[in-house]
Structure formats: structure tokens, C-alpha cells
Design a protein around this ligand. Sequence first.
Ligand code: UTP
Length: 299
Amino acid sequence: MTSQRPIVKAVVPVAGLGTRFLPATKATPKEMLPVVDKPAIQYVVEEAQAAGIIDLLFVTGRNKDALENHFDRAPNLEHALLDKGATALHDELMRIAELAHIHYVRQGNPLGLGHAVSMAKSHVGDSPFVVMLGDDLIDSRTPILPAMIEAYEKHGGSILALMEVPESEIHLYGCAAVEPTDNPDVVRVTGLIEKPHISEAPSNLAVIGRYLLQPEIFDVLAEQEPGRGGEIQLTDALAKLAEAPELAGGVHAVIFRGRRYDTGDKLSYLKSVFQVALDREDVGPDLRAWITSYLAGNV
Ligand code: UTP
């Protein structure tokens, strides 16, 4: 069934304070931290492009210059690379500047993810759209957006991405109450709770940073009171849509079983760097040999 309106825009919130990664994030957005030689945000933009979405709205805060510059042309650098004969690097910089049409809106005060998404209202208009958290890195070999778009074409409404996590970690995430559908990888979401205590968690299914949303979310967010941590939570607004399917077509979710990293978390960030580096032909073999030697106490 393809009667649903197509998804052409993504909103990418990058205005968080990144307190878990201070002092590195004092003057640099955490989304610019490198995963090998690309900033984390570039993987997100490439993921959107691979799913056919090239109209992106970045919701930025302080320090947005680095993000803007990264996705813009850099004539001086481009000329210098050509003069040195570094054409491959030159072409790579040109490719980055042409990855997507990136727009920017400022979230003056980081009042929470729900508040950041509400900043996108006038850019998004009256169409469904995707939200991609700029610090959530999804392995390109196990993409989630195509499965979310497929679930949307079948069920309509809003589509989340859920990942099984150990019970001891569910308090770090939004958590979903779900019912099965005829597809083992797609569930109906009946309730959501942000960062629950283990005793209140309805499942071990955690919300991860990809959302396919209906424009009705903006009306819900406009009325949303601050929740966990005093922040306007996207999860709380989505809980309302899950509990009242007549409002905007209900909420379903795709179960993500691939690799995903939270690059705003120190340990998860380090894992992402190692995984990406070990998989790369240029640095992977030497890094693997070095790690093996290091762990054996030989370095
Ligand atoms: P996080 O909770 O991971 O970001 O938000 P944070 O607030 O920067 O994290 P810490 O705890 O201080 O380290 C998830 C995503 O939502 C964005 C963040 O940039 C991140 O991509 N966000 C969060 C906003 O854009 N605005 C906000 O007010 C809050």
C-alpha cells in the first residue's frame, strides 16, 4: 500500500548541551566528535540520504558554526587540496557539501527534545516527517529507516524504533508498552514512559533516536508540560498519541536488531570508534593487530 504521504523531510536535533561529554563538548557540539575521520553527524546525514531524504532541518544551539561549516563549501581548503594534488580529499569535501539541503533553526534554550522538535513546525508544515537524533549512530549495514517507512506505509500514524536492552539499563531510555502484530519485527505501541524505574518499566524495549512522526505532534508538543528532568519530553507527547490512536493514527514501532551507538555517551562513543575503525580497510588490520598485542601485554 502506498497511499500514505511520502516522507521528504528530516529534523535533526543537535542543540543538547552534551554534559556527559564535557569538557570535550564545551566549545564543540558533541555531534562533531570524530568517529575515525568523520564527525558523528555526517553518518546521520549519510543515513538520511541513503533513505532518500535530503531535506534536513538541524535544530541547533550554541556552537552551531562548526556544524554549518562542515556541510558547506570551503573554497580556500578546496583550492589548497587541488594545488597539492590531493584530488580524492578534494572530491570528498565536495561530496559532503552536496549530501543534502540543510536548513537551520535555533533552539534558544535547550528545554528538551520535545521542545527541540517543536521548533521544526513551520519548516515541516502539514506532512509526516522523520526525526533523527544527531548523536545516535546506526551501522549503515543495518539501516532502520527503510523498515520504518515500510511500517508506515502499512499502518500509517507514527512509527518508532525500539531496541531490546538489559533490564538494568531501561531507566536510561524511553520505554514502550507494546502488543504484537502479524510481523515479528513490528509492534503496536500502547504506552510510553520516559526513563522509568525498573519496577515501572512495561518492557525491556527502549526507544532509540529515529522517529517517523505525523504533524499532529506539534499540537501535542505545544501543550506538553515539562516531564522527567524538567524537560519537555518527546516521549510524553508520543505517549498521548499512543493512548489515543484516533488523534493521529496511533503509534507502531519497528524492532531494531542491528548495531547502534549513542555517541553522546563516553563508552558507547568509544565502541563506535573501534567498530568503525576495525571495519575499515585503511586502519582496521593494523588496529586489530595492535589491540591483540596490547591486550596480550606486549605493547
Ligand atoms: P540528549 O539527552 O542525549 O542530549 O538528547 P543532551 O541533553 O545534550 O545530553 P547530556 O545528558 O547533556 O549529555 C538527545 C538528542 O536531543 C538533542 C540532543 O542534541 C541530542 O541529539 N536535544 C536535547 C536538543 O536538541 N535540545 C534539547 O533541549 C535537548
